[in-house]
Design a protein around this ligand. Structure first.
Ligand SMILES: Nc1ncnc2c1ncn2[C@@H]1O[C@H](COP(=O)(O)OP(=O)(O)O)[C@@H](O)[C@H]1O
Ligand SMILES: [Mg+2]
Length: 225
């Protein structure tokens, strides 16, 4: 069988030092298979965001190994990390984090990872295609302030997916949305993931979102139980 697409081996993460040390992650061991949809639930402050950041190479663990597709992200230098992230990872945040003075279209196109084959026409095609998948094609010339929260998050999902990464990390993606819109957003994420065979790791304190996941892990005080 192929390697798990995400592997964490005895991962620890501490913030601060001395008496003020916070152990945000404690001895995390975790294998996630290609195509799996995993939800991690737990109360605020239990380490969910830190877990995603460490998996995505946005933050270095204090000890332990993090492998994406059998590549140890803790050994990749700052110079090569953006490339790995660009190719392998999409990230959806609670706060959308769209750029205010770019349109929906421009927000998505801006993150396309450059390559030799990526002509202007190809960029346009990829951007329009992913905007269509989240039903935002008609709003492509709107700025974030001209969109509702749910629409902004759909654009943020399109941005996360435009490079067709095999892995999608979602950090409380519906936390700023009312529950009905939140459900719609989760459905977009889970339908797209299924149709593309994408691996999804969703962290949330909202237990009702776990119905979209194949596996639910419960986190407390930096540990997975
Ligand atoms: N950059 C940081 N510096 C210091 N402490 C941090 C930092 N980031 C997170 N923490 C602490 O680590 C713990 C886990 O935080 P976090 O991963 O954000 O939890 P969650 O996402 O589950 O709410 C909390 O106690 C938090 O205060
Ligand atoms: Mg968090």
């Amino acid at each position: 069988m192929a390697n798990p697409i995400i592997q964490l081996e005895d991962v620890n993460k501490e913030f601060g030092r001395g008496k003020k040390t916070v152990a945000a992650l404690r001895h995390i061991n975790l294998d996630i298979e290609q195509g799996e949809f995993v939800a991690v639930v737990g109360p605020s402050g239990c380490g969910k965001s830190t877990l995603l950041h460490v998996m995505a190479g946005l933050e270095q663990p204090t000890s332990g190994r993090v492998l994406l597709d059998a590549v140890d992200v803790t050994l990749i230098g700052e110079r090569d990390l953006p490339k790995l992230r660009g190719q392998k990872i999409g990230f959806v945040f609670q706060a959308f984090l769209l750029i205010e003075d770019l349109t929906a279209y421009e927000n998505v196109e801006a993150v396309l990872w450059p390559s030799e084959e990526l002509t202007k026409e190809k960029q346009e095609q990829m951007t329009l295609e992913v905007l269509r998948e989240v039903d935002m094609l008609e709003r492509r010339d709107h700025f974030p302030r001209q969109m509702s929260g749910g629409e902004q998050q759909r654009v943020a999902i399109a941005r996360a997916l435009v490079n067709r990464p095999p892995i999608l990390f979602c950090d409380e993606p519906t936390g700023n949305l009312d529950s009905k819109i939140g459900e719609t957003i989760m459905k977009y994420i889970s339908d797209l993931a299924r149709s593309k065979g994408m691996t999804v790791v969703l962290v949330t304190h909202n237990e009702s979102l776990t119905k979209f996941a194949q596996r639910v892990l419960s986190m407390k005080d930096g540990a997975i139980r």
